[in-house]
Write a protein that binds this ligand. Structure first.
Ligand code: EPU
Length: 424
């Protein structure tokens, strides 16, 4: 079984470049389907979710080639719009292909993505919004059949600023007839990146990064090359690892404005934060201070994707911390693994109470989801002795080379990926 082997107790120090963003690259790859031509996407992270997206695009009839971090999508030919159960199960975010496929052809048939390890994750908001754009849905044996005579722009209000539903509406609206106005839209930087990509292709999108996005339908798009933004969650993970290990780490090419809430929490913990153009440096304090009442929220609030990593660090804090998980109901699974290492965490529904001041002890623990897996690696880095984090496959879904990156910063970490090769 795949595992990360970590000898704890070393401080992370140095500079590190951050990979391309998973959650920006995925919808941008989906968006490439809208262009009856060739799209070059640079800075794609080489991770499992991207490979799975490529498999789905190929199964739909796109030609895809990968050269380093550049993925070229040739969507000149016909697109099938069918996403099989096998492919939908590999990657829950296959649902973001729906808007793009409907923008290209008038029908889609996709397997129900279903719940996943961090929560039930329904898709009702995606379907309700697309219905308002003249799409009809019929459930069929674990799949959704989607038909439209023509996509028509509309005024749509999301009940909650869902990232995926916002992306689907944008993707469907780009080539739709008329104007779509989306209210209560998600404001995440990855959505802004998707819109910048689409506008470069010839789309007319305004207001991205605000709660109201307007999309004027256009007739067609054009071939472009685009560089995906860097990954603010990977960046935040490494900065939390610096805080956890009495470290001093500087990251490159990630925007401070995209990371404000994470940096605020690090500052509350007592970290020194130095911002320079295109660089963010975090210097850990000798004692981590507790944080009380942090809630996960849509951007610009504290990201749910950083909650687990923060939980690991707070096990070290000099007192009681309280975290509320407001977005995904199953994102406290790491608490049980951290307890195996000696942490004192009490879970009360969506509230986690962490009594700090404990030195974690290395042991064997299991990753159960992507960000939780990264958080357990952080726990291993700050623990006494040896830690084995098993089931690395979750972490591989989102981190291109977490082992090499952390080793470059001075960690003693080795990775055995699916029994194939050892990397340092
Ligand atoms: N929701 C519904 N109905 C819907 C859609 C969402 O009830 O139709 C609920 C979800 O169950 C959840 C909340 O709304 O409770 C927020 O979900 P959202 O749609 O915003 O999330 P997502 O689009 O499924 C993306 C990221 C996640 C990230 C969330 C929140 C991608 C591919 N995924 O998911 O990333 O946690 O936004 O920021 O962009 C990760 O990278 O580890 C990850 C899980």
């Amino acid at each position: 079984m795949s595992a990360f082997d970590i000898k704890g107790g070393l401080s992370l120090r140095g500079d590190i470049k951050i990979q391309g963003s998973k959650n920006a690259a995925l919808p941008i790859l989906a968006a490439a389907v809208l262009n009856r031509g060739i799209t070059k996407i640079y800075n794609c992270p080489l991770i499992l979710d991207i490979y799975n997206m490529i498999i789905i695009l190929e199964a739909m009839g796109c030609g895809v080639s990968v050269d380093g971090h550049c993925v070229t999508v040739d969507a000149t030919g016909p697109i099938t719009g069918i996403i099989s159960k096998e492919n939908a199960e590999k990657m829950r975010s296959s649902v973001i292909l729906l808007g793009a496929v409907l923008g290209r052809s008038n029908s889609a048939y996709i397997a129900w993505p279903g719940g996943c390890s961090i929560g039930e994750r329904p898709v009702n908001m995606h379907l309700d919004a697309l219905e308002q754009m003249n799409v009809q849905f019929s459930p069929e044996d674990g799949c959704i059949r989607c038909e439209t005579s023509e996509l028509i722009g509309n005024e749509i209000k999301l009940p909650y600023p869902s990232v995926g539903a916002t992306e689907n509406v944008i993707l469907a609206a780009v080539l739709a007839k008329g104007t779509t106005t989306l209210y209560n839209a998600a404001k995440e930087p990855e959505i802004v990146d998707l819109c910048l990509f689409l506008n470069e292709m010839g789309a007319e999108i305004h207001g991205m990064g605000t709660t109201m996005i307007t999309i004027l339908g256009v007739k067609s798009l054009m071939d472009i090359s685009y560089t995906v933004m860097n990954d603010r969650i990977v960046a935040g993970t490494y900065l939390m690892a610096a805080a956890a290990t009495c470290g001093d780490v500087q990251i490159y090419d990630v925007q401070e404005r995209d990371m404000k809430s994470t940096l605020e929490v690090l500052a509350h913990m007592g970290c020194g934060i130095v911002i320079r153009p295109n660089k963010i440096r975090v210097v850990a304090p000798t004692v981590i201070l507790p944080v009380e009442g942090i809630r996960t929220e849509p951007f610009p609030g504290f990201p749910t994707d950083m909650q687990s990593q923060m939980m690991s660090v707070l096990c070290l804090a000099s007192g009681k911390s309280v975290i509320y998980e407001e977005i995904f109901e199953d994102r406290f699974k790491i608490a049980a693994e951290l307890e195996k290492m000696g942490a004192d965490i009490r879970i009360e529904e969506n509230k986690a109470i962490i009594q700090g001041k404990c030195k974690l002890q290395g042991t064997t623990i299991y990753a159960k989801d992507l960000r939780g897996g990264a958080a357990l690696i952080i726990a291993g880095l700050m623990a006494e002795g040896d830690t084995k984090v098993k089931d690395t496959v979750y972490v591989e879904r989102g981190y291109e080379n977490i082992c090499m990156d952390l080793a470059q910063l001075g960690a003693d970490i080795k990775c055995c990926l699916n029994n194939q090769a050892w990397h340092e």
